[in-house]
Design a protein around this ligand. Structure first.
Ligand code: SF4
Length: 238
């Protein structure tokens, strides 16, 4: 049976209960660095992304050394994450394209372009995708955007924040951006992704431990009904 979803209540519970267990410390990075960080962060936890980003900084002398490194060398840094080869290729590809077009490793000039032109510029990089554009918009350009990666999508659908039938990432992003105020965008992104990584696994969501279980559409619809059988009477031995 379909359940009625109180989206605002879910969001309120997310900001109150889940916030207590998630680190609110943010990576304050310039625009170019946020592009690299977004490649680390998509589909992974904040802790994983922080760790990998720090490895990239520590193990390579500068961005140029990263640019001329092999995918195999970078792949080591992404070990433990999903798609390490793809992530390594994207970092190298982005640095290469940036260097070929600007002869530098910075994108601070995007601040002067205005949000619309800046996001358009970002979307032209071959490694760009909707997540990357939304992440950089939210973290470095001062715009309102909710980056959608697989954990965010999965949790949003199961909670009922978006429709089960919604598949288009831009439409999903618009729905969430409408629901979440701009000032709460960063927090929402980190909280929902934490739920996705720690409880709401694709195959076996751990609803029993999830702080959002009471408000969750999926958990309610999939809860096992209590048995109506009377408890077996244990005969006393004489
Ligand atoms: S209650 Fe279960 S399905 Fe709902 S968000 Fe939590 S883990 Fe996912």
């Amino acid at each position: 049976m379909a359940t009625t979803v109180n989206k605002q209540k879910i969001v309120t519970v997310l900001f109150s209960k889940v916030k207590k267990v998630v680190s609110q410390e943010q990576q304050e990075l310039p625009v170019m660095e946020q592009v690299i960080y977004s490649i680390c962060r998509e589909g992974s936890s904040k802790e994983q992304a922080d760790e990998v980003y720090q490895k990239l900084i520590a193990q390579f002398f500068d961005w140029n050394e990263l640019r001329v490194s092999s995918v195999r060398e970078l792949e080591e840094c992404f070990r433990g994450m999903t798609r390490p080869v793809d992530r390594a290729s994207r970092v190298i590809g982005f640095l290469q394209e940036l260097f070929e077009t600007t002869y530098s490793f910075e994108l601070e000039f995007l601040h002067k372009k205005g949000l619309k032109q800046a996001t358009k510029h970002l979307s032209r990089y071959q490694v760009s995708n909707d997540y990357l554009g939304a992440w950089v918009t939210q973290r470095a350009l001062g715009g309102h955007a909710i980056p959608i990666d697989p954990p965010t999508l999965r949790v949003s659908k199961r909670l009922g924040l978006i429709e089960k039938t919604q598949e288009q990432v831009v439409e999903i992003r618009n729905t969430l951006e409408h629901l979440i105020p701009k000032a709460k965008g960063v927090e929402f992104t980190d909280l929902i992704s934490t739920i996705g990584m720690e409880y709401c696994h694709e195959k076996q969501p751990n609803c029993a431990a999830c702080p959002l279980a009471k408000e969750c559409q999926f958990a309610t619809e999939n809860a096992k009904p209590a048995s109506k059988k009377p408890a077996a009477v244990v005969k006393k031995s004489k």
